[in-house]
Design a protein around this ligand. Structure first.
Ligand SMILES: Nc1ncnc2c1ncn2[C@@H]1O[C@H](COP(=O)(O)OP(=O)(O)OP(=O)(O)O)[C@@H](O)[C@H]1O
Ligand SMILES: [Mg+2]
Length: 325
């Protein structure tokens, strides 16, 4: 083929490489809660990495450890070629600017006595990126970016709807031009139509700015729509990673399949309820030997209780941590 006409697939660039990340919370009785257990994951530039799993599986702890809200127990998190867990001082502050977070309830992060323009510009002032005299103009620019009326600049956050406040949270996080934005259930509290608008906005801003999202969400349908790669977590472990495909179609791991069955085989119109997965979820204080899912796995064999399966790429772009999947 002629070189000039050859169309090359764009190269994917890893922006964050999480290696063997473990987070244990010490307890008073000398034991530990293992919230993240030897996690390996990659996030690519301009893509969205989804993280799903039952409540308590360690999703928030994973991102909080990346953001250095909690110190990691062990492991590395490479960002722009450096292990951010080892950075200090000015370098750590600069990483905080480049990796931002959008919370489920942005209101908690806003001072109710501050006007919208001050809320929006506070991070920029803290980093010395604008002068006080530029607040009004910058706030209006940020409001336009998230498709809110410019006159909201003079309002207080309590006079806005939940969806509007979530847009404020997005504008504030994006004001620092981050490379990575972590969304921890950022759209979960919104009703479906508002959620759709906020998600569209997130996708639009991602395309314009090449941002990477780490998107934590309970809604598998939404994760399928939003994400380029999807990681399934169980008891602090990554059980499956699917790149470029829907988890609802490609899930291979018995845990992921059970998660899909629990959610998709429900006829809400007939009043059926979501069936929780069978069996008790083991305590993160006493992690089971072998595969973390073996005690609940319908396909469990002898080896599963003895040997923990490594997360392996079984076909291109598809990793599973299962002896059989
Ligand atoms: N500061 C803490 N001290 C002790 N244990 C903690 C702490 N934070 C989280 N945990 C425990 O770590 C485990 C993982 O919690 P985490 O909040 O990461 O789960 P999650 O997947 O985000 O759940 P959800 O979907 O409900 O938000 C849980 O067992 C939780 O009780
Ligand atoms: Mg959480």
């Amino acid at each position: 083929m002629n070189n000039q006409t050859a169309v090359r697939a764009p190269e994917r660039r890893v922006v964050m490489d999480i290696k063997n990340l473990t987070k244990k919370f010490p307890l008073e009785d000398g034991k530990y809660v293992t919230a993240c257990d030897d996690i390996n994951l990659r996030a690519y530039e301009g893509e969205t990495l989804g993280v799903i799993g039952e409540s308590g599986c360690g999703k928030s702890t994973l991102v909080r450890t990346i953001l250095q809200i909690h110190p990691a127990t062990s492991g590395e998190v490479f960002f722009e070629g450096k292990d951010i867990l080892k950075t200090k001082g000015e370098e750590r502050r600069e990483n905080r600017r480049k990796i931002q977070m959008i919370f489920q309830d942005p209101t908690a992060a806003f001072d109710p006595k501050m006007k919208v323009k001050d809320i929006l510009c506070e991070p920029l002032l803290n980093f010395g990126l604008i002068k006080k005299s530029e607040i009004g103009e910058k706030a209006r620019e940020l409001l336009r970016m998230v498709e809110l009326p410019e006159d909201f600049a003079e309002r207080y956050p309590h006079s806005m709807s939940g969806g509007q406040r979530q847009r404020l949270g997005i504008a504030r996080a994006l004001s620092l031009e981050p490379k990575i934005v972590v969304c921890d259930e950022a759209t979960s509290a919104l009703d479906v139509s508002v959620q759709e608008k906020v998600c569209r906005l997130l996708v639009k801003l991602q395309k314009e700015r090449g941002i990477t999202y780490i998107f934590i969400c309970h809604d598998i349908g939404l994760v399928d729509l939003m994400c380029d790669s999807i990681a399934v977590m169980y008891l602090g472990n990554i059980m499956e990673v699917i790149e470029h495909g829907r988890i609802s179609e490609k899930a291979r791991h018995p845990y992921s399949k059970a998660l899909m069955r629990a959610i998709f085989k429900v006829d809400f119109r007939r009043g059926e309820k979501v069936q929780p997965l069978e069996g008790e979820i083991p305590s993160p204080r006493d992690l089971p030997s072998g595969c973390p899912f073996h005690s609940r796995c319908p396909e469990c064999a002898e080896i599963c209780a003895k040997e923990k399966p490594a997360l392996k790429e079984k076909e291109p772009g598809h990793w599973t941590a299962c002896h059989f999947a």
